[in-house]
Ligand binder design. Structure first.
Ligand code: ASP
Length: 637
């Protein structure tokens, strides 16, 4: 998490006023007036030696109070030291402030003074001054806290979520949400003011759409009929292009009922974009400009254009369609070197049409990976990918140690060393088998090994470095996971085929590449989009003949494409994921004000919740209780 770096610049609220003012790049507007419309004169992060002698009124929470002598007052912008008066005339102020529990919210009025020499706090942006209180008021006292509002105090995530409003008082969450707001503001500026996009809100009560993620259903008063919460505004944004809006964007709420999946949220936010008369390169340049414009200055700068890699290259070299290009350890094809060997499992693998032999080389793996690490890597390849792994190590004298070496001549061994660029103490993990399975297993081991190396103290993936990458030329269709003889869209069914593969759509759809592009940041997919099919007959063919979907559910879209629909394309950026990477948060929950738990629950308000049978009646719904719940006491009866 970014916190340690931020903490390094100060105490709990390290110069945060400054950080938040200057969070965005290039020609940032003047700092906003935080004191308009309210009776405070200043925020708690604002006072400097230039204010000495002024009478000020501050509002904030008591962060800390010491022996009735002083306290530290906190608001969203920083901390100010408040000196509690000790003289008789102010005895009631002293009592009030000394008795107030921490996190009580107070108003203080007093005079700004310089701190006595030697007592300045260089780590606090207000560290040169203190405020000598004249009057004070406890606006609301705080009962015993479930946890301390300090970033370095460890608390369980369930407790943080149960008291989210308290967790929001922490520096880190304040910082994350404010930075998110500034980035979105800059995105709006770039899209609307600089490039003429129109911010259009689209419905969130809609109908079920074929393919893609599972949607949440919302009951309606018409018996048996349900709305769906859209997984994205995909259809609406395309219909806006048919409607001549030309350039659309929306900070769009999307819903996916995907059950418990790590670091996913059932509702999340996309920066959703669609343009008419655009091609893939046009969308890519737009997104590069957008990110560059809205990139926070304190996170360094990003260079454009972003590099690009085909899906095939990504799979071959990194074993995934979202490669983390911050470090090497690429997958190397060693089939040619081993083809002439007598190794049975290698020969078996290579005899199949999609057979391959590949490996990754973990630099200094022998020194940093323990036996149990190696075992757990092998176990993980076996359990996740059903893939056996064999290891080769490079001894101090440069020779190879492995079960395979006795089958390899000296020449083959040195060819292998060269191909894998092996050095003393390097560890090679080798896999033979079906191409996709081998690549995926090695891709996953590459990341797991990087975790192990980093846990041992090496830095492979510097969190301050941002590697953006376009992945392009995806296949238009992929075999369905549960039934590989059927096809599903690699992106979604509205994606257009690659112009040079269009005729293959009708002869061999499995070979068609698409005009789908994904944006990857440090190994995470942060965006995806495509140029769309804009002709009804091609869209109907894809839905009915290739995907075997009932095109009737999409008849409105198919019909719209018949009324002069312009060529169009778009993209959506996953805002939560993007911000979490920018602030180096361990989870997307850390950049969402009120996130759901891993199981999709709101732990603060206890949603989802039961409703009474009477409330369900207008929707023609009856709950058929699972036995366990029937036997347990139903909270509503
Ligand atoms: N609607 C797509 C998604 O949510 C993005 C796009 O194709 O524009 O992934």
């Amino acid at each position: 998490m970014a916190l340690p770096r931020l903490l390094a610049r100060g105490l709990a609220w390290p110069g945060c006023g400054r950080a938040l003012h200057r969070a965005t790049s290039a020609s940032a507007p003047a700092a906003p007036d935080f004191n308009s419309f309210v009776t405070r004169t200043n925020t708690c992060g604002e006072l400097r030696s230039a204010h000495v002698g002024q009478e000020v009124t501050l509002y904030g929470w008591i962060q800390y109070q010491r022996q009735g002598l002083f306290l530290v007052l906190r608001d969203f912008q920083g901390l100010t030291q408040i000196i509690i008066p000790q003289d008789e005339a102010h005895s009631h102020v002293k009592k009030l402030l000394s008795d107030a529990p921490v996190e009580s919210v107070v108003r203080v009025t007093g005079i700004v003074s310089l701190r006595p020499p030697g007592q300045e706090n260089l780590k606090m942006s207000t560290g040169d001054i203190e405020v000598k209180v004249e009057t004070a008021e406890i606006l609301n006292s705080c009962k015993k806290l479930p946890f301390e509002i300090k970033d370095f105090i460890k608390k369980t995530e369930a407790l943080r979520m149960r008291y989210r409003y308290l967790d929001l008082r922490s520096f880190q969450l304040q910082y994350n949400l404010r930075l998110r707001s500034q980035i979105v503001m800059r995105m709006r500026e770039y899209l609307c003011n600089l490039h003429g996009f129109v911010d259009v809100e689209t419905p969130t009560l809609f109908k079920r759409t074929p393919g893609g993620a599972k949607e949440f259903l919302v009951p309606s008063r018409e018996a048996g009929k349900f709305y769906s919460l859209p997984q994205s505004p995909q259809q609406f944004k395309q219909l806006l292009m048919v409607g001549g809006l030309d350039r659309y964007f929306q900070v769009a709420r999307c819903y996916r009922d995907e059950g418990s999946r790590p670091d996913r949220q059932p509702e999340f936010t996309q920066i959703d974009i669609e343009m008419s008369f655009v091609d893939q390169a046009g969308i890519q340049r737009l997104i590069e400009g957008l990110l560059q414009y809205s990139w926070p200055e304190e996170r360094g700068s990003i260079t454009t254009p972003f590099p690009s890699m085909t899906y095939e290259e990504a799979l071959a070299d990194y074993g995934t369609d979202k490669p983390d290009t911050r470090f090497g350890m690429k997958i190397v094809d060693i089939g040619d070197f081993l083809r002439r060997s007598d190794i049975q499992f290698v020969q078996n693998a290579l005899s199949y049409p999609h057979g391959t032999v590949k490996a990754i080389c973990i630099p200094q793996g022998v020194r940093y990976l323990k036996n149990k690490d190696l075992e757990s890597l092998k176990e993980s390849a076996k359990s996740q990918f059903n893939q056996e792994i064999m290891e080769i190590i490079c001894r101090p004298d440069g020779s190879l140690k492995s079960l395979l070496t006795k089958f390899l001549g000296e020449k083959q061994q040195s060819e292998l060393i060269q191909a894998l660029n092996m050095q003393v103490d390097d560890l090679v993990l080798l896999a033979a088998g079906e191409y996709k399975q081998v690549c995926s297993a090695l891709g996953s081991l590459r990341l797991e090994s990087a975790d192990i190396l980093e846990a041992a103290g090496l830095v492979l993936r510097d969190p301050t470095v941002f590697h953006f990458l376009w992945v392009v030329d995806f296949p238009l269709f992929l075999p369905k996971g549960e039934n590989p003889t059927e096809l599903e869209s690699a992106h979604h069914p509205f994606t257009a085929p690659h112009p040079s593969d269009t005729s293959l759509l009708y002869s061999d759809p499995t070979k068609v590449r698409s005009q789908h592009y994904d944006l990857v940041l440090n190994g995470n997919e942060v965006g995806g989009g495509s140029i769309r099919i804009h002709r009804a007959e091609q869209q109907r063919f894809v839905l009915e003949k290739v995907l075997k979907e009932d095109s009737e559910v999409l008849s409105h879209l198919l019909e719209a494409l018949e009324f002069g629909a312009p060529p169009h394309g778009g993209i959506a950026l996953g805002l939560d994921r993007l911000i979490s990477l920018i602030v180096d948060a361990p989870s997307i929950r850390d950049v969402i004000a009120f996130p759901k738990s891993f199981k999709g629950r709101d732990l603060m308000g206890s949603a989802p919740d039961y409703v009474t049978p009477e409330e369900l009646e207008p929707y023609h719904i009856q709950v058929s209780w699972p036995l366990a719940e029937k036997e347990a006491k139903n909270p509503l009866t």
